[in-house]
Design a binder for this molecule. Structure first.
Ligand code: SF4
Length: 436
């Protein structure tokens, strides 16, 4: 289980129309009111050009439907910030403008009504320009203000001209550390940059410190969390394709979150951003940091005992339930009687395979025993019927009505299956479902 969340100075993103997302919490807010840590939010970024309005709106809405709490868009050109005026009224999720190099894009995005700005201290360095952006964000939304993320990517933070000299000077702070010089540069840069914000009495700040190196990400955010009270946006940048990027991201973000560090996350893949959202949510569900929406699917790995075409079945079940089930029910799809009864007992709806058959349970009660071609249809029907019952208040998630007695592990597999098929493994009396 994750440690207690690190207290931070909460910020809010959004408005009454798109909804308000709170990030961080635990310290008093700018009005000195107490706050509690908000659920860790999930964000991602659109892949298309922002000035392609129709495509951008469609992409934002798709990402919001996938579960993104916040969506970021790139605004490299004036036509992108112009497009924001058309995009913002057509979406229902807070939008962040990602600004690099040109501070004017930030001013234009604020004027268009964007909900948050991301600045990179590595490429917007002019003090007067930063102050202009801060003042614009302060005055935004009729004076309520919008937050700014200060994002110090490893790749853009190194000051190339005096790199060696800076590393020597600052590295001393973290001399025993593998990434000491880089950490020192990052933290020094953040301190220097945030001083501009503090001087302007601006504290609606989120910090990020991304790198493609998962170990460095853990170290950087850990050190930053000790030094700043602002919420942290976690991410491993340039993580690569989903196949490798998932491990890279989950190792770093999971390690931080489990230690209470991190308030909003982005998983980054060289792929469809919908996967970023799905995987970020799954990470938070697994850590118990978000309440699950939809099915918690349990299934066997490769195993020589599987008795049906399990992997096809699992994928078919996953796809069908993702579209149709919204309650967080536990569904187990198991390949044989070794662990099948145990998982069936703990799941809301379960199937475990016998010899080319599926024995289906709902909260421990055996409801069917069907041949392999009928497993999918019957399992889905049971899941939907169970969901309806939960919604009507006639069933409770996680309840167990019947204890299943595991089949005799001694003897050949078939002996256990015979007992199950014969209805001999339930303790309850009155269950008279036979082979159907
Ligand atoms: S339940 Fe059976 S098929 Fe599944 S992993 Fe265990 S032994 Fe293998």
């Amino acid at each position: 289980m994750p440690s207690l969340r690190r207290p931070t100075r909460q910020i809010t993103i959004g408005d009454a129309r798109v909804g308000i997302i709170k990030v961080g919490g635990g310290l008093p807010d700018r009005h000195q009111s107490p706050t509690t840590p908000a659920p860790v939010s999930v964000q991602t970024m659109t892949a298309g050009a922002t000035h392609d309005v129709e495509r951008c709106v469609a992409e934002i809405n798709k990402l919001a439907a996938a579960g993104a709490d916040i969506v970021r868009v790139a605004v490299p050109e004036k036509k992108d910030t112009e497009a924001l005026k058309e995009i913002l009224p057509r979406v229902r999720v807070p939008i962040v403008a990602d600004v690099h190099f040109h501070f004017q894009r930030a001013l234009e995005a604020v004027e268009a009504g964007v909900h948050k700005i991301r600045l990179n201290p590595g490429n917007i360095t002019d003090r007067a320009q930063v102050i202009d952006v801060i003042q614009a964000c302060k005055a935004a939304q009729g004076g309520r203000g919008i937050p700014i993320r200060v994002g110090v990517n490893e790749g853009s933070i190194i000051e190339r001209k005096d790199k060696e000299k800076r590393m020597k000077e600052l590295g001393a702070f973290f001399s025993g550390h593998k990434h000491g010089h880089l950490l020192a540069i990052m933290i020094a840069k953040l301190e220097e940059y945030l001083d501009i914000f503090y001087e302007q009495d601006f504290r609606d700040i989120v910090i990020s410190a991304k790198s493609m190196d998962a170990a460095f990400v853990v170290d950087a955010y850990t050190e930053i969390s000790k030094r700043f009270e602002h919420p942290l946006h976690l991410g491993v940048t340039h993580a690569g394709p989903r196949e490798t990027g998932a491990i890279r991201s989950v190792v770093a973000l999971g390690g931080l979150l489990i230690n209470g560090v991190g308030d909003t996350i982005r998983i980054s893949y060289a792929s469809d951003p919908v996967y970023e959202v799905q995987d970020a949510l799954e990470l938070l569900y697994c850590l118990g940091l978000r309440e699950r929406v939809g099915v918690d699917l349990i299934a066997c790995p490769t195993c020589g005992r599987i008795q049906v075409d399990l992997f096809t079945l699992v994928q078919d079940v996953r796809k069908a339930l993702a579209e149709k089930v919204t309650v967080p029910m536990k569904v187990a799809v198991m390949g044989c009687i070794v662990n099948g009864p145990g998982e069936a007992e703990g799941a809301d709806v379960a199937v475990f395979a016998g010899d080319r058959r599926g024995i289906i349970y709902v909260q421990g009660e055996r409801v069917a025993n069907v041949p392999e071609p009928e497993i999918l249809e019957r399992l889905l029907a049971e899941c939907l019927a169970f969901q309806d019952k939960v919604k009507r208040g006639e069933a409770k998630l996680g309840e167990k009505k019947v204890d299943i007695i595991p089949p005799d592990p001694i003897g050949k597999l078939g002996s256990g299956f015979d007992k199950i098929a014969g209805g001999q493994v339930e303790k309850s009396v009155g269950l008279t479902i036979g082979k159907s």
